[in-house]
Design a binder for this molecule. Structure first.
Ligand SMILES: [Zn+2]
Length: 835
């Protein structure tokens, strides 16, 4: 048996190396190729599929193509976190290149006028590859697709390039692609080994799927918080492509998937014609894959619900998004249920789907152009029915969060206005200068609905991703729909608030804790060695009200002179966009500045647990939050380094969601560190682990579920319907508790994608955050889970010795766009001693 397997391996290795990586394996036969166009091999030094292309080689090749082909131009649209270029190639006939601006103008005009003008207008196709870095067949196929588009000759390619403008994005995730190429290449044998247990197929934590800060970038098309998405979304709105393809990989034992996905899970704001056209395009993929003998399927998995995915985002923007999923060889060749799956074979399928897309685009050009035109025409009709209807949003206490939501609208070309005068509705004040007005009568009115709506009824009860993302709730901003708010000028030059110190003081300085960047400012102050205190009660100073959590910095008895303090505060306040108020007396209405109710603050020294056992997304979100928004340095402490680390260097350790927890000796070490005064902030399943290890006693609510009248076939849907894939719930806050300092409302929307429910404590003061009786604000939850969540708590504190554990059942930092609950984590860190 072993001999047969070995023989099999040797044979495949031979086949693979000698023919599977030749150009002839991938490209159609009998096609004339322009010899002046460099082949991939001539630039990157190896055949496509022989090694995993590194991003730098990919860049080199794309530049070489642009240099030699008059069908290709190249632009650098910015940089990833690791300073890799975000390239875009524009590929079309040399004739079209000469008129590209006019083509682009006519294309956009058709979305804004009453004429579709489809006669001689090229269709625009955005082809994007490998947004997940360890799904590399896409980017490796991109070498061949670009080569063929540059080098092929004859009437067929001429016709295609005449009728098509291709926006070609060879690597949607350069940092991830590079990380994975390193892994697959450094573990490759000369004698290829398809054993799935080989290190080649088993990446180490966190893997190459994500970007630098471990984000899944294929969830960021709507929130646009990452540089890769920002570059891409700008191209998207500049061009409004008709078709956008997103080339992925899935499990090794699968085959090939192309959309449509599961029909009942299409977002109701997406027109039916979008799905019909997707199905029409699918016939081209089927035909092409039949021809090369590849197995495939569609409509049985994946969906078009969450608009933050690449294959769904176009569906609310007049385009057609298409997802491709290829079974992954991960490394160079792997055993699978469908026989040996070679890397070149996966590349060939992606190549094939890229060209079946282009063929469909060319053949269905008029219909698809017509579809986009009608999408926007119908949207205009809907928009005009809105009349003076507008969404007002803002927070007079938090200009930064208001700014960041406005920034997203701007990136999506949604226009908005300043608020002309202060406006009050439903007890909420919208202050001029701190609020914006978004008229619904505008081009992207459907996108506005997709971003602002709340939805609680659904055709299906299963979701591939989150079921709700209502932006003003994610940002914890007051918002309302109204026809009476007065809009001022349109905002063309969006600016952050200027911070600073009101004047120099010889006594003390104060700033409230509501602003988003207040933790950044406080951290800078404590890092400088200045003493600062937090107000445990509300008070009035100089006629102005100060809320719980106000920060006070005494001007005297510090290591810096009063002038140095003033200069330092002024500079850091500007960097944090916060206004600091100088006061000249300690005598207040309420607690005075020398009161014991001003509690001393200590600089957080943070370790963030990463590595095996920890969820990399959740850890990455915190790393990104600290590093890019708050300038807080946290040590990424790998779980395998805990045993030799001196934990006394830290006063705060963060443990994100973890299903496995820590081993026994690390657990003991952590426990004694907490007993000695440390604060552990723990999330989600880490709480279950802490409860099991008896480090914290948590009264989880038990839910029982029995299947009644559910057939064997329905069993997985039945179980799936109990998953909370991501929905938004209302909590009630006790604002006097330090965990809630900085929140100005008594209610807070929180994100939840777990089914961990904690019963309320019998002492009400121990339930500072509690779900409302009927807490569902937006998204899907089963009836049973909705009953369960009512009046439970997502937050709990446990004590061990002199230290404590601060626990959250859900993620407060979801995907970098849940700005609204970041402060809960920052409160746990800065006010840990006050809880
Ligand atoms: Zn993927």
């Amino acid at each position: 048996m072993q001999r047969i397997l070995l023989l099999l391996i040797l044979t495949t290795t031979t086949i693979f190396s000698q023919s599977q990586t030749e150009l002839s394996y991938y490209l159609p036969q009998n096609i004339q190729l322009n010899p002046t166009i460099p082949t991939p091999q001539s630039v990157i030094g190896h055949n496509v599929g022989e090694w995993h292309v590194t991003h730098d080689k990919l860049v080199e090749y794309m530049k070489a193509l642009a240099n030699t082909s008059d069908r290709i131009t190249i632009e650098d649209r910015g940089k990833t976190f690791e300073d890799r270029p975000l390239l875009l190639l524009t590929i079309t006939s040399s004739e079209n290149h000469k008129n590209l601006e006019a083509i682009q103008f006519a294309h956009i005009e058709a979305t804004e006028s009453n004429s579709a003008n489809t006669e001689n207008r090229p269709i625009v196709v955005y082809q994007g590859f490998s947004i997940h870095g360890n799904e590399p067949s896409g980017s490796n196929a991109a070498l061949l697709v670009a080569y063929y588009l540059a080098a092929a000759e004859g009437s067929e390619i001429d016709d295609l390039l005449k009728n098509t403008v291709i926006l070609f994005d060879p690597s949607l995730n350069p940092d991830g692609l590079q990380r994975f190429a390193y892994w697959a290449n450094t573990n490759k044998n000369i004698n290829l080994n398809p054993d799935p247990n080989d290190r080649e197929y088993r990446e180490v934590w966190p893997g190459g799927r994500t970007n630098h800060y471990w984000f899944d970038m294929n969830r960021d098309w709507l929130p646009v918080q990452l540089p890769e998405s920002r570059a891409r979304i700008e191209t998207y709105h500049n061009w409004l492509p008709n078709i956008l393809t997103d080339h992925h990989e899935m499990g090794t034992n699968a085959s090939f998937f192309f959309q449509p996905g599961i029909p009942s899970r299409t977002h109701p704001l997406t027109p039916q014609l979008n799905q019909d056209l997707t199905k029409g395009i699918a016939t081209y993929h089927a035909k092409a894959l039949d021809k090369i003998g590849s197995l495939y399927y569609s409509e049985e998995s994946f969906d078009d619900f969450y608009y933050g995915k690449g294959s769904t985002f176009p569906d609310i923007n007049g385009g057609i998004g298409i997802l491709f999923e290829q079974a992954s060889s991960r490394g160079h060749v792997q055993e699978s249920e469908n026989g040996l799956l070679t890397f070149p074979f996966t590349i060939k399928n992606q190549y094939t789907a890229a060209f079946s897309t282009l063929e469909a685009a060319n053949s269905m050009r008029k219909d698809i152009l017509e579809y986009q035109h009608s999408f926007f025409k119908n949207a205009r009709t809907e928009a005009s029915k809105e009349g003076k209807n507008a969404i007002v949003f803002g927070d007079e206490k938090d200009a930064a969060k208001t700014y960041h939501l406005a920034e997203i609208l701007k990136r999506h070309r949604i226009s908005f206005h300043h608020l002309k005068s202060d406006f009050t509705k439903d007890g909420k004040n919208y202050k001029k200068g701190y609020s914006y007005v978004v008229p619904k009568n505008q081009k992207n009115t459907r996108l506005i609905n997709a971003m602002f709506e709340k939805r609680t009824t659904f055709e299906d009860s299963l979701f591939y991703d989150i079921s709700a993302w209502t932006f003003p709730l994610a940002f914890n901003l007051d918002y309302t729909e109204t026809t009476t708010a007065k809009a001022g000028n349109e905002v063309t030059d969006l600016k952050q608030h200027k911070g600073g110190v009101s004047s120099k003081s010889e006594y003390a300085y104060l700033f409230e804790w509501h602003e988003y960047y207040s933790p950044k400012l406080l951290n800078a102050i404590l890092k400088k060695g200045l003493r600062a205190k937090v107000a445990m009660k509300r008070f009035k100073a100089n006629g102005k009200s100060y809320d719980y959590g106000t920060i006070m910095i005494p001007a005297k008895n510090q290591d810096l002179t009063t002038t140095e303090i003033y200069n330092f505060l002024n500079e850091t306040a500007q960097e944090s966009h916060i206004t600091i108020t100088a006061v000249s007396t300690g005598l207040n209405d309420g607690i005075d500045l020398g009161s014991r109710n001003f509690s001393n603050l200590e600089l957080p020294k943070i370790a963030l647990l990463v590595g095996d056992g920890m969820t990399s997304y959740d850890a990455g979100e915190i790393w990104h939050l600290f590093d890019t928004r708050y300038d807080i340095i946290a040590t990424k402490l790998d779980t395998k380094s805990i045993s030799r680390a001196d934990l006394s260097r830290y006063n705060t350790i963060i443990m994100v969601n973890s299903n496995s927890g820590l081993n026994d000796s690390n657990t003991k070490k952590l426990q004694s560190w907490i007993s000695n005064g440390g604060t552990l902030v723990a999330y989600k399943n880490a709480l279950k682990w802490l409860n099991t290890k008896k480090l914290m006693t948590i009264d989880f609510k038990k839910t029982k579920l029995t299947a009644k009248h559910i057939s064997y076939e329905e069993r997985s849907d039945f179980r799936g319907a109990q998953v909370i894939g991501g929905a938004i719930f209302e909590t009630e806050l006790d604002r006097s508790h330090p965990i809630n300092f900085g929140y100005k409302n008594d209610k807070l929307a929180v994100f939840r994608n777990s089914t961990l429910f904690i019963n309320e404590d019998k002492n009400s003061y121990n339930n500072p955050i509690q779900y409302s009786k009927n807490p569902l604000l937006s998204g899907y939850i089963s009836g049973q889970n909705l009953d369960s969540i009512s009046k439970t708590v997502p937050f709990k504190i446990g004590k061990i010795g002199r230290g404590k554990i601060i626990g959250f059942t859900d993620n407060t930092n979801f995907r970098a766009f849940w700005y609204g609950t970041n402060k809960l984590l920052m409160n746990a860190i800065f006010f840990r001693e006050e809880m």
